[in-house]
Ligand binder design. Structure first.
Ligand SMILES: *Cc1c(COP(=O)(O)O)cnc(C)c1O
Length: 351
């Protein structure tokens, strides 16, 4: 892959307020782009982060052939840049692509385009505590064509945005039993726009009742919990850590997978199995549920403090310092920031 580079004249880094990074409030100076035409990828380039031109007939705007990824780069104490499990994102990106009838982007190109972009924007990987550079690859159809068929032209882009080390306050979530995020045979496992657009209305309705997010249940009976729409879910019931299985309605989170591997390593009793809403409500009623948290790249681990179900709100006790979620968070972060040995081979160090 030969990459043409056009650099910015002046970096935007001087405009960043590092004491208030937020999440993707600031984009790095450059982006990566590649075009797909006549059955192959070409025209690999790194350019200033800028707007792109689209035809109003662009099929993506009408029919939604678009997918994305999300991963992070961290800086260690030596100032080296560490990328967390980009191979997992590359594989998932291509599973999403296949389902959406889009071309795959070769795994080695995916990794190389990220590393080459980060070499140019390396000063954008922050060193503030718990901060990182969020990397957002995406791909969409570029054909200007009204009519439903798979595109012939696509574009692959990577942009990067700063992510601050915010402390996530425990959140309120509602178990959704009317609307559906994903059904078996559908696209729930794919990181594609449709899943998120369809989830907006139910989420906004729940926000009116003071909930930050939803817990989605299966689309058939609304009987089993699935995930949270941007995060996978974990429950600590009777001192066992439990997470629902994947299947085609749940996104295969890299954070989820890392937590499962770490739990086994730390000797935490972990079960991957279906969890019914009834089981959750019963264990809330008899106080056997000790922790509930979401897991995803953006928030890492987000503790949940209230669960709403059928007009009732259930409260989960305050987390202790030695809670399973804080143990996992510490252990995950120490790998991401290169403070402990990378014994699972999760870190790609930029050289
Ligand atoms: C991205 C995402 C997650 C979390 O996946 P990570 O790889 O851990 O960031 C969970 N659910 C959905 C629907 C997602 O889009």
């Amino acid at each position: 892959m030969k990459i043409n580079v056009k650099r910015v004249r002046e970096s935007n880094l001087t405009k960043v307020n590092f004491s208030d990074l937020g999440f993707c409030k600031y984009y790095s100076d450059h982006m990566f782009i590649a075009d797909y035409e006549d059955g192959k990828w070409s025209n690999f380039r790194i350019t200033p982060h800028e707007d792109i031109n689209l035809s109003p007939a662009c099929t993506t705007l009408h029919y939604g052939q678009t997918i994305f990824e999300g991963l992070k780069a961290y800086k260690n104490k030596e100032g080296e840049i560490l990328i967390f499990r980009p191979d997992k994102n590359a594989k998932r990106f291509n599973r999403s692509a296949q389902r959406m009838c889009m071309p795959t982007f070769p795994e080695k190109y995916f990794i190389q385009s990220i590393t080459e972009l980060l070499k140019i924007d390396k000063r954008w990987v922050p060193s503030e505590e718990n901060s990182s550079l969020y990397i957002r690859p995406l791909m969409f159809a570029m054909d200007s064509y009204i009519g439903i068929k798979p595109g012939d032209k696509y574009v692959f882009i990577i942009i990067c945005g700063l992510a601050g080390g915010y402390y996530s306050e425990p959140i309120n979530v509602k178990i959704e039993t009317k609307f559906t995020r994903a059904v078996s045979g559908g696209v729930g496992f794919s990181k594609t726009a449709a899943n998120y657009a369809a989830a907006l209305y139910p989420a906004v309705e729940a926000q009116k009742d003071g909930f930050h997010q939803l817990i989605w249940t299966d689309g058939k009976e609304h009987k089993y919990v699935e995930e949270s729409g941007t995060m996978n879910l974990f429950f600590v019931i009777d001192n066992k850590l439990i997470t629902p299985p994947l299947g085609d309605t749940v996104l295969d989170g890299v954070t989820r997978d890392s937590i499962i591997i770490l739990s086994k390593d730390l000797g935490i009793d972990i079960e991957i199995r279906k969890i019914s809403v009834d089981e959750i409500i019963n264990s809330l009623d008899n106080n056997s549920i000790k922790e509930v948290f979401g897991a995803g790249t953006a928030a890492t681990i987000a503790p949940i403090k209230t669960i709403g179900y059928k007009n009732k709100k259930y409260h989960i006790p305050q987390l202790s310092r030695d809670s399973i979620s804080s143990t996992l968070l510490k252990s995950l972060n120490s790998i991401k920031y290169g403070e402990t040995e990378d014994k699972f081979g999760w870190i790609l160090k930029l050289n």
